[in-house]
Design a protein around this ligand. Structure first.
Ligand code: NAD
Length: 354
């Protein structure tokens, strides 16, 4: 038996309420935090859902602000702050995915507002102390305990209408947190257990959701997996995969979840060579080869598989390689321009990783 590698383990605080119909407990959770009223946040797309929730909350709702947008633009946060102050809210209630949760975090980062999140995608932002925001086209990331939401409600019923394409891409986005968590330098035995179980749950649930989007069992399993994968993202450091997706999203404006979905098999294959032992439990879930297995799995559930299909020009791959290799960062396998350029080429074409 080999000795356990020494580790440090900090659990992020936060309360999770999970289960079908659990959004019906939102009022109790608001009262539980001692808040008289909260401002309900959403994207324009989920405005109706937010208004319904606001109506159900009655006097506990201070109104709806439904202008959340991808990558948390600072000008949207400015308008939300004005709405928050005018409404007399004592906290925020974010209903939605990473975009809406990002807005809630941005408000909390400025004024310390307590946050309740009703999470409706698999992206995982609700359980991380990380806020990414954009101003003048530049995305910056801040981290801090005040950014972590106090309460997260996971109600699978609210995900029944998450479009299949979005479910698939978002599910692979969640898996990517767990795959990178398995080889993170600061991983610990618990984060690795969470990672493998999160990947397992999503691997089982996503094919069922593709066939039957309103399968309540599969929706519950997927959200459970998303919680675990998000927790890994919030606990340990990420490397090559998240760095490349950050470059492709930030500098080439590619969509978040789809980019993660396309890149995952390629980054997993690249790092599998150097982190075979750490990735073995995940590889076993996909027939023994993580990169190839993930590629086949993603294809079988209809995930996007080629960067060219997101509109990225082949000529942009040089620049993407340059940006992604400019500042050194830790990765289980050295990050060198030649290898990254080849990886990006395969991801652009959508070919099976070697
Ligand atoms: P999103 O929040 O942008 O949602 C995409 C669209 O789907 C939106 O229009 C949304 O309203 C809609 N939608 C969400 N849930 C739905 C549902 N159940 N039914 C119908 N429609 C629904 O997408 P996302 O992938 O969740 O989040 C992406 C953003 O989150 C990015 O900006 C990313 O950088 C950020 N993010 C941050 C972290 C972090 O830890 N800080 C983690 C993951 C993602």
């Amino acid at each position: 038996m080999s000795d356990l590698t020494p580790f440090q383990f900090s659990i992020n605080p936060g309360r999770v309420v999970f289960g079908p119909g659990s959004s019906g407990q939102t009022a109790d959770e608001i009262r539980g935090l001692g808040l008289a009223r909260v401002l309900v946040l959403a994207t324009p797309f989920q405005k109706r859902q937010a208004e319904d929730l606001s109506a159900a909350l009655g006097p506990l709702s201070a109104g709806v602000f439904a202008e959340a947008a991808m990558h948390t633009p600072v000008d949207v946060t400015d308008r939300a702050m004005a709405a928050y102050e005018a409404s007399g809210a004592e906290g925020v209630l974010a209903l939605g995915g990473g975009s809406t949760i990002g807005l809630g975090k941005a408000i909390a980062h400025r004024n310390g507002a307590p946050q309740i999140v009703v999470a409706t995608t698999y992206a995982g932002s609700e359980v991380t102390p990380i806020l990414g925001q954009t101003e003048n086209g530049i995305k910056t990331t801040v981290r801090g305990p005040g950014i972590l939401p106090e309460v997260v409600i996971y109600d699978p019923d609210l995900t029944l209408g998450l479009p299949v394409a979005m479910s698939v891409a978002s599910g692979l986005n969640a898996m990517a947190h767990a795959v990178e968590g398995l080889y993170a330098q600061d991983r610990n035995p618990v984060s690795s257990l969470q990672a493998v179980e999160g990947i397992r749950a999503l691997r089982d649930a996503l094919p069922v959701i593709v066939q039957e989007p309103e399968d309540r069992g599969a929706r519950g399993e997927a959200l459970y997996g998303a919680w675990l994968c998000g927790t890994v993202l919030g606990t340990v450091g990420m490397s090559l995969h998240h760095k490349l997706c950050h470059v492709l999203g930030g500098s080439f404006d590619l969509p978040h979840a789809e980019t993660h979905a396309i890149m995952l098999p390629h980054t997993a294959a690249f790092n599998e060579v150097a982190a075979k032992e750490a990735l073995a439990p995940a590889a076993a879930l996909f027939g023994g080869s993580l990169g190839g297995g993930l590629h086949d799995f993603a294809g079988s559930i209809g995930a996007p598989q080629a960067l060219k299909d997101l509109g990225l020009e082949e000529a942009s791959l040089e620049r993407a390689t340059e940006i992604a290799t400019k500042n050194p960062y830790w990765n289980p396998r050295p990050v060198e321009a030649e290898g990254i350029r080849a990886l990006l080429q395969r991801a652009w074409e959508g070919s099976r990783p070697e």
